[in-house]
Design a binder for this molecule. Sequence first.
Ligand SMILES: C[S@@+](CC[C@H](N)C(=O)[O-])C[C@H]1O[C@@H](n2cnc3c(N)ncnc32)[C@H](O)[C@@H]1O
Length: 269
Amino acid sequence: MIQFGKIYTENCIETFRRMPDDLIDMTLTSPPYDDLRDYNGYHFPVEEIAAGLYAKTKPGGVVIWVVGDRTHNGSETLSSFSHAFAFRDAGFKVHDTMIYAKNNPIPSDCGKRYRQCFEYMFCFSKGQPKTFNPLTEPTKSAGQKIKAFRITGAGRGNVPDEDIGREIKTERKLSNIFSYNVGTSSAKDKIAFEHPAIFPEQLAEDQIRTWTNEGDVVYDCFMGSGTTAKAANLLGRRWFGSEISKEYVRIAKERLRQYLRGDEKAAGA
Ligand SMILES: C[S@@+](CC[C@H](N)C(=O)[O-])C[C@H]1O[C@@H](n2cnc3c(N)ncnc32)[C@H](O)[C@@H]1O
């Protein structure tokens, strides 16, 4: 059985074996891709992981998979897309391909290319997502009336008749490009930076708020420095994770200590 508030120091494939089916409301993770970094030499089989996550995710649950591509021999690897195909083949719907844009990407010489400044943030869902709490932003034209407009002489633009004359709402859903600072301002805990590839705390918070409710179960199969665990814990979700490297589990535990309740500390997170 699974203990919540715990990071299992093992290959996530082993953790799948401990879980009952249909346990997880949301997995939020970023895989080790393209051997971009040497995570103490570990690799991962994406088809097996996609199949495992499909079995362990509740109907209506989601996997948020944050991944980029490396350039090798003059060509992008497209690992991100091969992962998307693997998840679709495992049974998931590719619900949304969101972008995680980096406000301040690490400077690098990318030759005759623009600066690389984003990763994909796939939302794979088991059926239609059961929870969607969209983040919103204020609209610029709040209170004004929606007008018909013409694109060509042939007809009206893409505003449906029933919407014309309706008042524009004060808030609208965010677009699916999310921008975050990376580097030192992306996490509040200094120890997190002992891990080479953290994702921003705000990214974790935004995604967990969107796809889960309080009390839901959030999992990270590649827990790294514990960013997912921290955000899930602060938002009142139950969580657990897997991380194959003892060293990274040590970092995550030290990072999380100040945020955990007594019973979670006892669970050995
Ligand atoms: C991109 S990092 C995750 C970083 C994390 N999102 C954070 O904010 O700290 C990927 C992690 O997966 C771990 N890992 C690689 N293969 C694994 C496997 N099969 N099972 C569990 N963890 C694995 C690596 O040790 C590494 O810490």
